[in-house]
Design a protein. Structure first.
Length: 209
């Protein structure tokens, strides 16, 4: 069982492939890419097997993210379309393998990652105004590497780097302006530097992981 706190960097691709709204300023093929940084916190649970100096494990995590961004559309000069995105929580299921040295564990990991993403558009300038939003779940994968240190028989601290990449999905941002603004969008990746604090149940030793 562990807690996770991290600094992360993520971004969204926003590319329309259909625009039948009266308020939309983007044509198919025009779009934006944006990156932003934020923090997240969460928890994880897992199970590890120790064989000589080798460790094999399986763990799952869930984290709340504070990562978002806003883009002001200036394609037609007025800049009256405001696009906003937010990645607000992420879940992973990963396997890991490592090697121990005294109280230290050095490991690599990889597996499934999914993130909840929200995309919205708003045009508040007359004569034509409108807005719309949609939230989608994006599946993906993650890999990472880290180091842990057993400070007592049961308490472990660690540092970890993770990289996750996600699929793109279609968003339909129907709004009050009529028609549908359809996008291929989603977080293209999330990179994280994680601080871990873990409690190990049933640990029979101090000097080994």
């Amino acid at each position: 069982m562990a807690t996770r706190n991290a600094v992360n960097i993520s971004g969204n691709d926003i590319t329309p492939h259909a625009n039948t709204t009266a308020f939309g300023d983007l044509s198919p093929g025009q779009g934006f890419r944006q990156r932003n940084s934020g923090v997240f916190g969460g928890g994880q649970m897992g199970y590890n097997w120790l064989a000589n100096n080798f460790v094999f494990g399986l763990e799952g995590s869930i984290s709340g993210l504070d990562n978002h961004g806003t883009v002001l559309n200036t394609v037609f000069g007025a800049g009256d379309d405001q696009f906003s995105w937010r990645a607000d929580w992420m879940a992973t299921i990963t396997g890991r393998a490592g090697i121990t040295y005294t109280n230290n564990l050095f490991y690599v990991k990889g597996g499934y990652a999914g993130v909840n993403n929200r995309l919205s558009v708003s045009d508040v300038l007359p004569p034509v105004a409108g807005s719309g939003s949609q939230t989608r779940w994006h599946d993906g994968w993650t890999v990472g590497a880290g180091w842990e240190y057993g400070i007592t028989q049961n308490w472990i601290v660690g540092l970890e780097y993770d990289y996750a990449q996600f699929e793109r999905k279609s968003y339909q941002l129907a709004g009050t302006g009529g028609g549908i603004y359809t996008f291929d969008a989603g977080p293209r990746d999330i990179q994280s530097a994680v601080v871990r604090l873990s409690y190990k149940f049933g640990g029979p030793f101090v000097a080994r992981y």
